[in-house]
Write a protein that binds this ligand. Sequence first.
Ligand code: 4AD
Ligand code: MG
Length: 463
Amino acid sequence: MMKRIKVKELLSSPDVGKNVLVKGWVRTKRGSRNIVFIALNDGSTINNVQIVAETSYIDENLLRDITTGACIAVSGKLIKSPGQEQNVEIKAEKIDLYGKSDAETYPLQKKGHSMEFLREHAHLRFRTNTFGAVFRIRHAMAFAIHKYFNDKGFYYLHTPVITGSDAEGAGEMFRVTTLDLQNLPKNNNGEIDYNNDFFGKETKLTVSGQLEGELGALALGEIYTFGPTFRAENSNTPRHLAEFWMIEPEMAFYDIKDNMDLAEDFVKYLIRYALENSRDDLVFLNKMIDNGLIDKLKFVLENEFARNTYTEAVEILTAADRKWEYPVGWGRDLQAEHERYLVEEHFKRPVIITDYPKEIKAFYMKQNDDGKTVKAMDVLFPAIGEIIGGSQREENYEKLYNRIKELNIPEKDLWWYLETRKFGTAPHSGFGLGFERMIQFVTGMSNIRDVIPFPRTPKNAEF
Ligand code: 4AD
Ligand code: MG
């Protein structure tokens, strides 16, 4: 038995004259009764390999059954191609048909399906050039993230998905329960009695691994998490998912400046990695999805991010000759339109905004001496808006405790978090990168639903 060779390997160092075995899915078939040309893709690369099948070698009925979408194994000789389109092709000597694909009902017959149509066929969209490219790049980015942190001596920490605390304090959490929803146990006050629930307490899906990440950083030094996070926010936008992946580094002894430097270095590393390792896929996306993609990636690499305080950003937005849909004013949160104005029109490059009003940020951020702002940092990107959110953390026990009380956060949910500030507290910082937003930027895909294999959004959990 000959060993299967992947198309990527076959095309990158073609061994002309050799017998090869390839396996994959038919993208197109054309030709005449006697000679058929098949473009075969096996997912290893965006490029197809051309199979030439002649009826003198391959049964005519078999060839008729090989239609778009079918899965085949082909063995034959690798030869120089007389055609202009490709260097080499395989002259088929034997074809096995693993799976037919009914020409009448296969959904991906024609080119140019809409993104919406492909989303409804998410089980098959991997087989298109665009989604093949996107998901190969998604893999490359995941790998690069682990490589980046491993090379820097950070430890990958697995934080829990099921939790009793609300890390962001925004109350946008999905419940986790095994209670019978038709027949909920109640206590004497008429409230749901979670003593009878699986964990003996109320539990939710986590919105962030940060709080547990901090516990790790305050002993291991530098850690990162990389896992799924969940937000039950009813946001139907091209940048929000109910289930998304987040990378959250957390570092002891970093102040907010060190935190910003790491964030900038990290995203630039990922972009450089993509340019160096996902070339064919990026060239394709640059041609088909966003003509400015590769220039945009290089531009981010070549320019320092702007760094401004929230107060400066509000001044810029107030002075802007613009009618805003959402009002601008000190104390109000920045909306996507404001973020995009700052990045795309004012600074014309990525921007890091720091020192936000404490009221619009989470309880754990380090309080500034002005009593009004906290050491928050958001990294804003062109087309995406906020791609990273982070901060220096409040390491002072009293200040943190008072803030938790002020916000009426139950102490019983966070006693363990508070204890780290009692025993050997240390200045520390961290941030969260939204993985899908990063993939959107690197691929040029405009909708976040198209950079995760199976998106979860309000009213949609198909597949
Ligand atoms: O700004 P966020 O909410 O920050 C945190 O969760 C902190 N605990 C992070 C930290 O300091 N360790 O979220 C961080 C990033 C955002 O900047 C955004 O890129 C992404 O996560 N994000 C989402 N991505 C997709 N869909 C959503 N609903 C998202 N919400 C946040
Ligand atoms: Mg944020």
